[in-house]
Write a protein that binds this ligand. Structure first.
Ligand code: NDP
Length: 313
């Protein structure tokens, strides 16, 4: 079995991982980055990115990730395709194993595996992905100016997305499967006070339709009751906001997570409960979840690694 030694293993790509690779490589740490299931991360499933500073004309998520990746490689980062399937943080150097059977011995680790938006599981969601279906209102909302959109979910994320979209779209429908919103009271009130948001309680999505692009959703009200009613809602955009799942399964044995599975970091730093293991990006951030904040925390993690390695040299 092949084995590799590195001063810093970065697990996961996306803005946090690539930025961490850029900063650690410029600090002569020669990081080794494994890109994971979705090289470039969640941004590669969005269309255009117009809110990342430095791109006055906007760019695509894929191009943005490719740019930061190239920048990191230019300074010596080793970026590899592949998935880390197993870690052992109980021994030093830390141990990780890839899906190709390579064993890595790492003096420090940056976890930047991100979070994945949850989907309803309808085949139509994949069919219209990028053609009307999105899991990120801040990324894609701008394309629905003066159009009709729907947001699915009843938590804080759904309310936040609905409010954000209500300033762009002409009409926003919030599709909630129960007869109440789970979101905090203040968010609920803001949604209910907004004249162009209509909350559809007790409503489930059965499917989506449209010729080339999304044109509407097949909905069911009061499913499984005598009042069950099927109807179609014409919309141009369908936003999923039913939660995110941080990609932390393989770390949970060693790393402290919060009640939603996000990595807990210490204070303002990116340090985890295991000294020498750091976390950056959405995997440790249930709140902001922006490319720029993820990139910022990737930078912080790299600086934390640099200090950690200097202190342990
Ligand atoms: P939540 O888990 O809080 O809410 C998910 C929502 O999606 C619920 O209304 C749930 O319905 C619904 N849902 C789940 N699965 C389905 C499904 N298959 N079909 C239809 N609806 C479904 O996730 P959030 O992302 O909203 O929030 C996660 C955490 O982050 C929370 O603790 C939240 O408070 C926090 N947060 C805080 C923010 C802030 O403070 N500004 C902003 C955003 C998030 P049901 O209620 O029926 O289960």
């Amino acid at each position: 079995m092949d084995s590799i030694k590195t001063k810093c293993l970065i697990i996961g790509s996306g803005p946090a991982g690539y930025t961490a690779a850029l900063y650690t490589s410029r600090a002569n740490i020669s990081p080794l980055l494994y890109e994971g299931h979705q090289p470039g991360g969640q941004l590669t499933i969005t269309t255009e990115v117009e809110n990342f500073p430095g791109y006055p004309e906007g760019t695509t998520g894929t191009e943005l990730m490719e740019d930061i990746r190239k920048q990191a490689i230019r300074f010596g980062a080793q970026v590899r395709e592949g998935i880390i399937t197993e870690v052992d943080f109980s021994q030093r150097p830390f141990k990780a194993v890839t899906d190709g059977g390579i064993t890595i011995a790492a003096e420090s680790v940056i976890i930047s595996t991100g979070a994945s938006a949850k989907f309803l599981g309808l085949a139509d969601e994949q069919k219209y992905m990028g053609l009307g279906v999105s899991a990120c209102a801040t990324c894609d909302g701008f394309f629905y100016r003066k159009k009709r959109v729907a947001v699915v979910g009843g938590g804080d994320t759904a309310c936040e997305e609905a409010l954000y979209l209500s300033n762009l779209a002409s009409e926003v429908f919030l599709i909630v499967r129960k007869d109440y919103l789970r979101a905090s009271k203040v968010m609920q009130q803001r949604v209910l006070d907004k004249p162009n948001i209509k909350v559809l309680f007790n409503t489930n999505t059965a499917g989506l339709y449209g010729e080339d692009y999304l044109e509407g959703a097949h909905l069911i009200e009061n499913i499984g009751t005598p009042k069950e009613q099927h109807f179609d809602l014409p919309i141009d955009g369908f936003f999923l906001a039913i939660g995110h799942k941080p990609n932390t399964d393989i770390f949970s044995k060693y790393i402290e997570l919060d009640e939603n599975g996000y990595i807990k970091t210490i204070g303002q730093s990116t340090a985890t409960n295991v000294e020498g293991v750091f976390a950056a990006g959405d995997v440790a951030d249930p709140h902001y979840r922006q490319a720029i904040t993820a990139a910022g925390s990737g930078c912080k993690a790299a600086l934390d690694v640099e200090r950690y390695l200097a202190g342990n040299a």
